[in-house]
Ligand binder design. Structure first.
Ligand SMILES: C=C(O[C@H]1C=CC=C(C(=O)O)[C@@H]1O)C(=O)O
Ligand SMILES: [Mg+2]
Length: 458
């Protein structure tokens, strides 16, 4: 039994057969998405989300819940089915935007469950009550409302007032962020276990039990006071520019991060993914940076880490797409602290496919799981001895038209009261060295560590 799910059974609205799903959109003057997120705190402080894609053409903020979809078994199909049932009841005019379904999946529902992740079920998605969408520079605010009652006009009018209140606060009131609270402690959890795990995994790979396995570890930070969620999001958006920025708040907890890795985007019938695996740090000078990049492109161990991901994503795309494009050799993807090997994958999505099927087929890629997938997951469960929660899982959005985007939730952490849990890992292949992998995780911890004011281990 999944205790997380039973804990959450009373949350949100179920979709009854009589339910109707109303939406209404207005276009407004530009506003700061974080100011809107913060404006929602007093009334909807327990349920908010924030998202922006890597090129910042799509920004989303949701506050409150019009509907909540959760799932335990067959979680990808279950969310897809629930979403179809819900938007099948959608009543909208042409000028109205599609409501957004936002959420994510945990990395591995079969792993052990640690207390910090209790609020996060194996799959959690929400349609916000009030939704901000900035799409190619235009700003839209929608109200979404699901009801069984025949007479919903009064509630809807109340929501319009709420919408206007939030817009006003975000546009007019001064938006002040609280400072970062002082850190009481920063603890590496089970570093010895991590080093041993990397050692064991390389031996298993040499013995041909698996080909590649990603092993991760965590750091715990404790603060003098609770870390304000908007402050954490503001800090992370300034950390690592060319990345997806996300925050998903469920009750007191918020999972957030800045990931450079797209899992899948569907836009107008095209599907896009990215193989991101294999890493080296940034150079201190432009020249050193370039030399490090060239070294990474030539490095056998990193190319091997990368190739497993390319092979797997290519295989999935050949199954789901009618045509396909994959580059033969990787490029470099440079973000603030790290450079990765990067191969974009693109295809024309076959008829009758949906984003949840693709997410299911792709998750976890060998950039976060391993090869073969099942064996790698079993080794991760045995060796890591921790609950990754939503770290390394798919996080993102979709709409009724079938468009949407999911990123791989790495470079991420969970804010939980006065504590934060940060996660980072790396792909282990036969030639991996525990001390080198350990160093690589420190580089990957940096964006969230810096955002929270932790010490970087330089
Ligand atoms: C597992 C992580 O990164 C993955 C993504 C890119 C590069 C990776 C690597 O070089 O090991 C990892 O596969 C992480 O950031 O926690
Ligand atoms: Mg690596």
């Amino acid at each position: 039994m999944n205790r997380k799910l039973t804990d959450r059974a009373n949350l949100g609205q179920t979709v009854g057969t009589e339910a109707r799903f109303f939406t209404e959109t207005i276009e407004v003057e530009t506003l700061d998405p974080l100011a809107f997120f913060e404006a929602g705190r007093s009334h909807y402080g327990d349920h908010r989300f924030f998202w922006q894609n890597a090129d910042k053409t799509v920004k989303l903020v949701g506050v409150g819940q019009a509907a909540v979809l959760t799932a335990d078994t067959h979680r990808f199909q279950s969310i897809s089915r629930q979403w179809k049932a819900l938007y099948g009841r959608l009543i909208k005019e042409e000028k109205d935007m599609d409501p957004v379904l936002f959420g994510g999946f945990s990395f591995d529902p079969q792993t052990r469950q640690d207390d910090e992740w209790t609020a996060f079920p194996a799959a959690y998605f929400t349609v916000p009550l009030i939704q901000l969408k900035i799409d190619n520079g235009k700003t839209y605010v929608s109200i979404n409302y699901v009801t069984d009652e025949l007479e919903a006009a009064a509630q809807f009018e109340g929501l319009r007032q709420e919408r206007d209140r939030l817009i006003h606060i975000a546009q007019v009131d001064e938006f002040t962020l609280q400072g970062k609270p002082a850190i009481v402690s920063q603890t590496e959890l089970a570093t010895d276990r991590y080093m041993e795990a990397v050692e064991n995994v390389t031996s298993q790979i040499k013995a041909q039990v698996a080909e590649k396995v990603v092993i991760a570890r965590k750091i715990k930070l404790s603060f003098e006071e609770e870390f304000q969620k908007a402050t954490a999001l503001h800090a992370i958006t300034n950390e690592q520019q060319a990345s997806y920025h996300f925050g998903l708040q469920i009750g007191e907890e918020m999972f957030f991060g800045a990931t450079p890795e797209r899992l899948v985007e569907i836009s107008k019938g095209q599907a896009y993914s990215a193989c991101v695996a294999g890493s080296i740090h940034r150079g201190k000078t432009a020249l050193e940076d370039q030399q490090l990049g060239e070294q990474l492109l030539r490095d056998k161990k990193n190319r091997e880490e990368h190739q497993y991901v390319v092979d797997m994503i290519t295989e999935v795309f050949s199954e789901f797409c009618s045509s396909l494009h994959v580059n033969k050799t990787p490029k470099l993807l440079k973000v603030r602290d790290i450079q990765h090997l990067f191969t974009p994958v693109e295809g024309k999505l076959a008829e009758d496919q949906d984003i949840f099927r693709l997410v299911e087929a792709l998750h976890p890629t060998p950039a976060l799981g391993g090869v073969p997938r099942k064996k790698a997951l079993a080794i991760i469960r045995d060796e890591e001895q921790m609950d990754r929660g939503f770290y390394a899982g798919p996080i993102g959005w979709t709409d009724a038209a079938g468009n949407g985007e999911f990123a791989v939730a790495i470079r991420s952490g969970l804010l939980s009261g006065k504590d934060a849990y940060l996660y980072a890992g790396g792909g282990i292949v036969a030639d991996s060295m525990p001390t080198e992998e350990y160093k690589e995780t420190w580089v990957k911890f940096r964006p969230v560590l810096r955002a929270l004011g932790g010490s970087l281990h330089e």
